[in-house]
Design a protein around this ligand. Structure first.
Ligand SMILES: Cc1ncc(COP(=O)(O)O)c(C=O)c1O
Length: 377
């Protein structure tokens, strides 16, 4: 068996999952070979070794955030971290009789699902108004806090997974700190894609996920600051009693590894080539301006349904994504695009291209040409 796996070619779906990085693969191999199987709670040597691996990874993640390692709790991914962070904030808000939550309709389903559950428990969700670029209006938190004294906390993603649109999380985090309103930030798509560590909220949470950066799936973390994270998986001493259950040792190790890699700032990859190549085709339009989106994400509106385009590109060897989910054989329009005011048919015409560590500029041009051929053919 070969020791080095080939780097996948023409993979442009890094916002879904980024392929395993060679450095992670190497670290996992070494860990498996040299005893990466212990239980971090055991007191004997293999347990102590496993515990050291977990704590070293925690420190690496903390350095990537420029934060305190003690504030980090490992989870099974961003979905669990979102649930844990939001329900902890809700418990505290309920104690204070502050039953209003500000959130954006563009959030990831893991956040929306959690908010719907809280609504059933009597919370009122105020959905922020959106601007023309796929993000909540900037001053939403300040405006609502001045109107509604029952505002308990706010939820804002850092960047949208589907369109790449940057969200006003920095402003919300600062407004929240000044007004004493915690902010839960889903940083899953921004972490390690930005040119510097994120500005962590002084009051609230920051969530991240390993597999978006080329580590294993099924592991993530929540950084919690100024508010206590209540245990959500009880009956275990792990993670300072916040999350019971034996730690996902290899997953956590892989998360630590990607925390130390050079930032994925995409300065070598220019996706605007695709916009320029397709610019002459009527009905093709970029959804979010370059300066207002993640540099690795290009979201296009096409003049045709994108599930068919995604299938044709797949046959040609390219992996891209339409934001629409396919369920029971029918294609549901993307909820993000609907929330942005696109009609139901238009919301089936969005195409997401997301680049990452595997890509070259040559591949980008080839993808642009393949798309042009499909759309003009
Ligand atoms: C913005 C955002 N939040 C949360 C998640 C869920 O992450 P995980 O797969 O680690 O549960 C994703 C994954 O697609 C995401 O893009």
């Amino acid at each position: 068996m070969s020791q080095t796996e080939p780097i996948p070619r023409n993979y442009f779906d890094h916002n879904a999952t980024s392929p395993l990085r060679p450095r992670v693969r190497q670290a996992l191999r070494e860990a498996l070979e040299f005893g990466g199987w212990g239980n971090p709670s055991s007191v004997h040597a293999s347990g102590r070794k496993a515990s050291r691996m977990v704590e070293e990874a925690r420190e690496k993640v903390a350095r990537s955030l420029r934060g305190d390692p003690r504030r980090i709790t490992f989870t099974s991914g961003a979905t669990e971290a979102n649930h844990a962070g939001i329900t902890s904030l809700a418990r505290e808000a309920k104690r204070q009789h502050r039953m209003v939550i500000l959130a954006s309709p563009l959030e990831h389903p893991s956040v929306l699902g959690c908010l719907v559950g809280l609504e059933r428990q009597g919370f009122k969700i105020v959905w922020s108004e959106l601007n023309d670029h796929g993000a909540p209006k900037d001053g939403s938190l300040e405006d609502l806090a001045s109107l509604d004294k029952e505002l308990g906390f706010a939820v804002c993603m850092a960047a949208n997974n589907e369109t790449g649109a940057l969200q006003p999380w920095v402003r919300w985090a600062r407004d929240g700190e000044r007004l004493g309103i915690p902010v839960h930030i889903d940083g899953t798509q921004l972490w390690r894609k930005w040119s510097s560590p994120p500005d962590l909220p002084k009051l609230g949470n920051w969530v991240l996920s390993a597999h978006k950066q080329g580590a294993l799936s099924g592991v993530g973390a929540i950084y919690s600051s100024g508010v206590s994270l209540e245990g959500w998986l009880g009956d275990g001493p792990q993670e300072r009693t916040r999350r019971g259950g034996t730690e996902n040792l290899l997953g956590i190790l892989s998360l630590g590894e990607v925390s130390e890699l050079p930032l994925d700032d995409h300065s070598q990859i220019d996706l605007t080539v695709i916009e320029r190549t397709l610019g002459r085709i009527p009905g093709v339009k970029s959804s979010i301006p370059l300066t207002l989106r993640l540099p690795n994400t290009l979201h296009l509106r096409l003049p045709v349904r994108t599930d068919l385009v995604v299938q044709r590109l797949d046959l040609a060897g390219y992996a891209v994504s339409s934001g629409s989910a396919c369920s029971s054989g029918s294609v549901k329009p993307s909820s993000v695009l609907l929330a942005m005011g696109w009609g139901p048919e238009e919301a089936r015409q969005g195409l997401r291209i997301s680049s990452g560590w595997t890509n070259t500029q040559e591949e980008v041009q080839e993808l642009a040409d393949a798309l042009q051929e499909i759309l003009e053919g």
